[in-house]
Ligand binder design. Structure first.
Ligand SMILES: *Cc1c(COP(=O)(O)O)cnc(C)c1O
Length: 360
């Protein structure tokens, strides 16, 4: 068996310890004679898995008691509709558009009400985060929406926007569990888990309890009402059992590593290696303004499409996979999530150095 260094933006690298544990549990989960994939979601064994997973993510993120944690299907994209359906009391929402995922959420919300982009960084190909200290947030806006880490463009909000007292909703898909967060500053935090947490097939939504009500927009599907899911502890219908179980293993792994403070340190150290190289390279350059750089997704270019393509092909041959940038932007992107070891980034930089010498 040989494993590559996988820089995929998602589905993405998982900790080897977790994969080994899942493999060991495959035929017979803790003596119950079946795998987690085969058991009833109403069984005592699974009840224990989901409750433990919830307790562990609560501990990791220090989630206050007045927030619910929901394990939902439909991915992050499903929440693009769930957010307006559940929160639009005045049918007004203000969006900060910092990339394609924010834009998709913004466009989806327009189906349900009066939705305005109060800031955008589209003028410079989403290479920065706009100043959000004094935006024209509307008096009667139901919420302010951000995508906190922009997976495709590699930017991250380093300070949260001033929402002028409005509820903050944040898509954290690609920075989920990468560093500590103050949950109490948000109304809703959600993320698809296949970027930094677990296998595909689930979004985790962390929602302040008072925002979970029966007053959804008329016609809201039962499954998209947060109340349905909250009242049933994410077991209204069959949940993504396997994904919940693997996420639970990742939560244990994070706790064993020292939690999110420690992850932040590791992620900063890893990202620094790559950004320092990019800042000093004569061939490669980063595409994001330094102050808004993501710790998770690092886009870079040579400025020459042919050299980019050659680099990606040669990197792949050396075991550095999935370095191609998003199809909409080209160039390269290294996603260096929690499970990417520092060694992977060091080896990548060594390879970039040698490529630079040969291709300057
Ligand atoms: C990948 C991604 C999404 C879409 O996730 P799905 O689970 O595929 O719907 C949404 N937002 C961000 C920030 C992402 O990185």
């Amino acid at each position: 068996m040989s494993r590559v260094y996988n820089f995929s933006a998602g589905p993405a690298v998982l900790p080897e310890e977790v994969l080994k544990e899942a493999a060991a549990d495959m035929m017979d989960y803790k003596g119950c004679g079946m795998s987690v994939m085969e058991m009833s979601h109403r069984s005592k064994v699974f009840d224990d898995i989901i409750k433990t997973a919830e307790a562990d993510i609560r501990e990791l993120m220090n989630i206050p008691d007045n927030y619910k944690v929901l394990f939902l299907q439909g991915g992050a994209s499903q929440q693009f509709s769930a957010v307006p359906l559940n929160l639009m009391k005045n049918k007004k929402a203000d969006y900060i558009v910092t990339g394609q995922w924010a834009k998709k959420a913004f466009q989806e919300a327009k189906n349900y009400g009066d939705v305005v982009a109060v800031a955008s960084s589209e003028d410079k190909t989403f290479s920065y985060i706009p100043d959000c200290s004094d935006l024209p947030i509307r008096e009667d806006a139901d919420y302010v929406y951000i995508c906190e880490n922009n997976t495709i463009y590699g930017t991250k909000f380093k300070t949260l926007p001033n929402t002028k007292g409005k509820i903050l909703v944040s898509d954290v898909s690609s920075c989920f569990l990468s560093e500590p967060v103050d949950v109490s500053k948000y109304g809703v935090i959600y993320g698809g888990v296949q970027k930094n947490v677990g296998p595909a097939g689930m979004v985790i939504s962390i929602i302040r309890e008072d925002l979970i009500t029966d007053e959804c927009l008329p016609g809201t599907p039962t499954m998209l009402k947060w109340k349905t899911q909250a009242d049933n502890d994410s077991l209204y219908n069959t949940p993504p059992c396997w994904t919940i179980y693997v996420c639970g293993l990742v939560f244990k792994w994070l706790k064993n590593m020292g939690g999110l403070e420690e992850m932040k340190k590791r992620n900063e150290a890893k990202a620094k290696i790559l950004y320092d190289f990019l800042d000093n390279s004569e061939l490669f350059k980063g595409t994001v303004v330094p102050e808004d750089r993501s710790l998770m997704n690092v886009p870079f270019i040579t400025g020459d499409a042919e050299k980019d393509a050659k680099f990606i092909a040669e990197a792949k041959a050396k075991g550095f996979e999935n370095l191609k940038g998003h199809r909409s932007v080209g160039g390269m992107r290294a996603s260096i999530y929690n499970a990417m070891p520092q060694e992977g980034v060091e080896k990548l930089v060594e390879f970039m150095e040698s490529y630079e010498k040969e291709n300057k």
